[in-house]
Design a protein. Structure first.
Length: 691
């Protein structure tokens, strides 16, 4: 008889910066017995903040994986950065999670990053539990936060608990369903003061009348909420007012696992209140990782790190099958095979050799020297899609202290780009320049610190500049007959059409394989995105459809690389015919200021070429939401804080690209020879090919 498999969960912890995410993680590890002492973000002792720069600055920069057991289940927990500048780490972690805990501050409520992460969770259909933290702080308001959650995140959020006490008087919660929870805040076995619990065990007998009324009302709201979303339960509820609690529980659990509803729980992580209850809910309600260890291998690389002892390590989530030390694994993305030397669990700088990584689990794999983030190992069938949250909006030039450091800086930044592909480091060898894409100023500070501590390199960065894009103004065609100087033969005709905003590049071919061999067509398709990296103004061209409508090769004269040379010339000829419009990145902003400053803020938004919704009064404060170009608002948070004397909050997140007004001009110097100058371009490329 086959032995039943231990329940395994891959849980991501997500939050806006300063919502208490890492503190919650540290208390989870302590409560579970994984650590003997509580780590502290402020003191730089958090287990999941293992990088020097994280300990020094008290913020999470990279996602961190840790594992523990609770109630018989194995839990892989990924603590992700909360700052928007490190959203790329969040994006990569989302892809390999089966379920999530989203932490919301009971004081600040739903913030810009909270919404962005939520949108990613929903696009991927990830079951999510919401934990309202900092319930013991001044200004904590559970009702207001629940209202924000339902307004900005989902109306399908429902509390599973009622809080006891407000602000500093907060002392725990009462659970609404399940006899396991019936005697108080959490399972008494896990509520010992020596484990960080508050020792509260409020039985039914010693609750006061008001708590009893609140509990009964909240329980009835939960019943109504569930019945509204399940026809069979609704009918049973109408027929018989006493539906068994097991029926409520099973219906609710199934809805949570299917991401149809989202449970809300309350706590104060810094005091350990609500942590055991949160862990119980994770195991009870969130779904198992699943997967068949005996199946064909299907896994994905979502993170790359370099360890002083182990060298290059690839973090892999396996969905189907298994891999072992010394296995040869097939990299589907690159079409290569590599040998696994070791499979290790890595936590806070400590590593442990596992020797085996099977379906549903995550570990660091050594020996895969050529693997990149996003590579699929084995087959791609079980791999989920990406969330695509992070969009770098700024580019900077890197400066080094002296010429001797130049090759070291190039190598170091290429390694860092390997760990975070969105850095997209551009090394312009002829100009001896290095450029990188970044999310914001905090990321630049962290990059500088990492280069100093890890590589011993002192670098500075130029003034960040906005990354614009281009898009075709109208439909048109591009043509190239690359037949001289021989031997060469590649003839192509493209149709270029503007696409909907945000659609990116759509490519198709209408050419038959007997007219243009499939291998040549594949080369064209591969080269089109490369050709569009620099448009007429030097920026990436996006939001267009490219159709190959004619193609011809020569039996004798065509070289396999002829179409690599011809494609950029054909594409640029087409863009010259269509013309391109400049696109700029827009931000959605949420500003809260004292009422007397509201008029100036609205005037500022207009001056920045922005728009805003009708303002909303919140007591003596005013909430103003709107959209502004990044280019005009980069320094506005500092200005706003200055004239409101620090009594304002400014939150922003990327909200797409839009056409610039005609008076805005932004040209980026082209790297290399322009394919529009066909004679010079052919000479430069063929010289490179011969070399």
């Amino acid at each position: 008889m086959a032995q039943s498999r231990t329940k395994r969960l891959n849980v991501g912890i997500f939050a806006h910066v300063d919502a208490g995410k890492t503190t919650t993680t540290e208390h989870i590890l302590f409560e579970s017995g994984r650590t003997r002492e509580l780590g502290s973000v402020d003191e730089g002792t958090a287990l999941t903040d293992s990088m020097d720069v994280e300990r020094q600055r008290g913020i999470s920069v990279r996602s961190a994986l840790t594992a523990f057991h609770w109630n018989g289940a194995q839990i892989n927990l990924v603590d992700t950065p909360g700052h928007v500048d490190f959203l790329s780490e969040v994006e990569r972690s989302l892809r390999v999670m089966d379920c999530a805990v989203l932490i919301v501050s009971a004081v600040e409520g739903v913030q810009a990053q909270t919404e962005m992460i939520w949108n990613g969770l929903r696009r991927l259909g990830i079951p999510t539990l919401l934990f309202v933290n900092k319930m013991d702080r001044v200004g904590a308001d559970s009702e207001a936060v629940l209202e924000q959650i339902r307004k900005h995140l989902s109306p399908d959020a429902i509390p599973l608990q009622i809080p006891l006490g407000r602000e500093q008087e907060f002392r725990g919660t009462i659970h609404l369903l399940d006899e396991y929870w019936e005697n108080g805040e959490e399972s008494p076995a896990n509520n010992r003061p020596e484990h960080g619990g508050n020792g509260v065990n409020r039985t039914i007998e010693n609750r006061n009348d008001e708590e009893e009324r609140n509990l009964e009302e909240a329980r009835n709201r939960l019943y109504d909420f569930l019945a509204e979303r399940d026809d069979a339960l609704f009918e049973a509820y109408l027929e018989n007012n006493t539906v068994p609690e097991e029926r409520w529980m099973s219906t609710m659990s199934e809805m949570i696992r299917k991401a149809l509803i989202f449970p809300v729980m309350y706590g104060a992580a810094s005091r350990g209140i609500g942590i055991p209850a949160l862990l119980d809910a994770i195991v009870q309600y969130l779904p198992d990782a699943g997967g068949n260890p005996q199946g064909a291998l299907s896994g994905i690389v979502f993170k790359i790190e370099r360890d002083k002892m182990m060298g290059r390590m690839a973090y892999v989530r396996v969905y189907e099958g298994s891999m072992r030390n010394r296995d040869i694994v097939y990299n589907h993305t690159q079409g290569i095979q590599e040998k696994v030397t070791q499979i290790r669990k890595v936590e806070g700088g400590r590593t442990e050799d596992l020797g085996l990584l099977e379906a549903g689990d995550i570990a660091a794999v050594c020996g895969l020297t050529q693997v990149r983030i996003g590579d699929v190992l084995g087959g791609p069938e079980a791999i989920p899609p990406e969330a695509h949250l992070a969009v770098p909006l700024l580019t900077v030039r890197v400066h080094w202290a002296n010429e001797e450091q130049y090759p070291q800086v190039v190598q170091a930044l290429q390694e860092l780009s390997d760990e975070d592909p969105l850095l997209d480091v551009q090394w312009l060898q002829d100009e001896r320049e290095l450029h990188a894409k970044v999310m914001g100023p905090i990321q630049l500070e962290i990059l500088s610190s990492i280069l100093e501590t890890r590589y011993g390199l002192s670098v500075t960065f130029g003034q960040p500049s906005v990354i614009y894009k281009e898009t075709p103004l109208q439909s048109g065609e591009g043509f190239i007959a690359y037949t001289m100087p021989k031997p060469c033969w590649a003839i192509l005709r493209f149709k270029i059409e503007p696409g909907p905003r945000g659609s990116g590049l759509v490519y198709e071919s209408q050419v038959k394989s007997e007219d243009l061999l499939a291998q040549y067509q594949n080369e064209v398709q591969r080269r089109v995105p490369e050709a569009l990296m620099q448009g007429l103004h030097g920026w990436e061209v996006t939001d267009l459809k490219v159709t190959l409508i004619y193609g011809q090769h020569h039996v004798w004269h065509t070289h396999p690389l002829d179409f690599a040379v011809a494609t950029p010339m054909g594409m640029m000829d087409g863009l010259a015919n269509t013309g391109t419009a400049l696109l700029e990145p827009m931000l959605r902003v949420r500003i809260i200021v004292p009422e007397e400053n509201g008029g100036r803020v609205m005037n500022d938004l207009v001056q920045m070429r922005g728009t805003y919704d009708p303002p909303v009064l919140q007591g003596e404060r005013m909430l103003i939401e709107g959209r502004v170009p990044l280019a005009t608002s980069m320094n506005y948070p500092v200005e706003l804080s200055s004239y409101t004397k620090g009594r304002s909050t400014f939150a922003s997140f990327f909200d797409g690209y839009e056409p610039c007004p005609p008076e805005v001009k932004a040209v980026r110097q082209r790297r290399g020879v322009s394919p529009l100058d066909q004679a010079k371009y052919i000479l430069s490329v063929r010289k490179a090919l011969q070399g």
